[in-house]
Design a binder for this molecule. Sequence first.
Ligand code: AMP
Ligand code: MG
Length: 408
Amino acid sequence: MSSTRIRTVEEHAEVVAELLPPTPVVTVPLGRARGRVLATDVVAAVSIPSFDNSAMDGYAVRAAELAGATAEAPVELPVAADIPAGRTDVPPLAPGTVARIMTGAPMPDGADAVLPVEQTDAGTERVRLHAQPDEGAYVRRAGEDTVAGDVVLTAGTVLGAAHIGLAAAVGAGTVDVRRRPRVLVLSTGSELVAPGTPLQHGQIYESNGPMLAAAVEDAGGEAELLRFVPDDVDEFLATLARRVRDGAVDLVLTSGGVSAGAYEVVKDALTGRGVTFTKVGMQPGGPQGAGRVPELGDVAVVTLPGNPVSSLVSFEVFVRPALRTALGHPQPHRPVRTAVLAERLTSPAGKRQYRRGVFTETGEVREIGTSASHRLGALARAECLIVLPEDVTEAVEGHPVEVWPLHH
Ligand code: AMP
Ligand code: MG
C-alpha cells in the first residue's frame, strides 16, 4: 500500500513503535548483564554490611578501657584472639583484653571500637595501644548501607558496573532483563560492493549495513547483518524469506530502494505485502516504509532510505527510540537540549530538519557539512542533531534551537 498524504514525524514514529512490543523477560547471569535493561526490581537478600565489621586493620577494643592512652603513656593489654577477614567463629571479647582484627572481619561481641594498627606497637601476644578511640570508631555497622528486603535496583535501570556490583553484593547471582530485540539488517543496491574489495567506476562501498548494525547494537539490540542484495525483487524476497524462516526476528531493517526512482527494490517487493510506503515531513529521511509482512511470518519491517545520512537520521528518529522502548528503557529518546545557534540557518517550510551540528568552544552550535544527505563525513564528525521545526524557515544567529547530543 502506498499513501500519498505526508505523515508527520510523530505519526510515523508511532507506526514504527507499534511494530516493536516489549521483548520478553529473560534471566541472565551477572557476567552478561552489562548494558542490559533491568526488567524486575532487585531486592536485597542480605544487608550491606550484613554484620558489624572492622573498617581498618587494628585491634577491636572496649574504648573505655583505653582511657588516657597516648604514645608516651600507652595502655597495654593482652591480645586474646586473632580475627582475619572470613573468620566465622569469632569469640566474644573478654573484658580487659583486645582482639587483633583485619579490615572486613566480624567485630567480636563486647568490642565497641577499632584502634588502627598504626596507633599501636602491633604486638601479637600483648599490645601497646597509643590512643583512646571514640566509641564506634572504625566499625562498619550492619545495614548502614543497605537493609535486607530493600529494593536496591529498580526495573528500567540500565545496568552499569556499580549496579552489577550492588546486585552481587546483595546476593543476586542473576538478574531479569528484557531480551535484546533481534534485528536483521539488509542493504539493497546494485551499485554496492563490500568494503575491502576492489571498486569499479560507478560502484560504491556498502556502508549502511555496518552502520545500521552498529546503531542497533548501540541502542541495545542484537544486530545480524545480512549480505546486501542487488536491486532485484526476487533476490531481495528470497534473502529475507530464507533468514526469517529460521525464526526469532523482531525487526527487519532495510536500507535503500524506497524513494521515487525506477528501481526501488524494497518498495516494489513489499508494496501489497503489508508494508506501507509513505513520505514523512522531515529532512533528511522523507521516504519511509513500515509494516508487517504476513508472507514472512508477520515479521515487522522498517524500510529506511538509502542515502547514508537519511538512513542514520531516520534510525535515530524512529528506530532507536522504538528499540529502547521495547527494552523497557525509561528514557528511550536522546536527551534534548537547547543551544544557541552560532550562525544563521534556513530550512524549508513544512519539513522538520535534522541538521548535523557541532558545539563551539563557547557551547553554541553550528552546522557541520551541509544539509545534503550523502555527506557521511560530516555525519561522522557531528556531535549533535540540530532540530529545525516544520514552521521554521529561518533561524538566525543567537537563536536558541533544540539539539540532540549524539554521543551519550
Ligand atoms: P536509494 O534510496 O536506493 O535510491 O539510494 C539513495 C542513495 O544512497 C544512492 O546514492 C545510493 O547509492 C546510496 N546508498 C543506498 N544504499 C547504500 C548503502 N547500503 N551504502 C551506501 N550508500 C548507499
Ligand atoms: Mg538503491
